[in-house]
Write a protein that binds this ligand. Structure first.
Ligand code: AMP
Length: 178
């Protein structure tokens, strides 16, 4: 069954804005209505992966936690492996860690030391680009393992936070911008 692909406007109309969550002053972008809509969810994955054919990407790296949803689906579509970048303390095996600052607080993320082999072609995916700290830290972990980042994809980009400045040198794709 072929469905008409969603437009960025249709995706953005489904994203719910939650003021002052999880802290005062944050406009939280709730993507669950996109996930719950079959056409919007699968269409988002189609758009996030459209630059690549199956076999052109070795691993899709997803960022904890909402990034996992999009990255795992993208990995299935591209016939690539899926690699989680998780918050510190969650991965069971040996890890590399990277500290970073985020729009609301500080954090450390980690990747398994053997998750990516040197030279592997990686698509990095998260739900939202804000200041870019999270994605830059994840990209640093991928590079530390010798992975080659082909693109960094986001469902949402908060352009006014200039996250792209932290991700210079990487092709960036975002489906919806604010
Ligand atoms: P940053 O490191 O500032 O680019 O923040 C990106 C990460 O924080 C992503 O993993 C998002 O899921 C989350 N995030 C930051 N700001 C928001 C927001 N306004 N709404 C939803 N998630 C957000």
């Amino acid at each position: 069954m072929t469905q008409k692909p969603p437009t960025p406007t249709e995706i953005s109309q489904a994203i719910r804005n939650i003021p002052d969550f999880p802290k005062p002053g944050i406009q939280f972008k709730d993507i669950t209505p996109v996930l719950a809509d079959a056409r919007l969810f699968s269409g988002s994955i189609d758009l996030l992966t459209e630059r690549f054919k199956p076999g052109e990407v070795d691993a899709v790296v997803g960022i904890d936690a909402r990034g996992f949803i999009f990255a795992a689906a993208a990995a299935m579509k591209l016939r690539a492996g899926f690699v989680p970048v998780r918050k510190k303390g969650k991965l069971p095996y040996q890890t590399h860690e990277q500290d970073y600052a985020l729009e609301y607080g500080n954090a450390t993320i980690a990747i398994h030391v053997d998750a990516i082999k040197p030279g592997e072609r990686v698509l990095l995916v998260d739900d939202l680009l804000a200041t870019g700290g999270t994605a830059a830290a994840a990209a640093a972990l991928v590079k530390r393992l010798g992975g080659q980042i082909l693109e960094i994809g986001f469902l949402i980009e908060l352009q006014f936070l200039n996250g792209r400045d932290r991700l210079k040198g990487y092709p960036i794709r975002s489906l919806v911008t604010y």
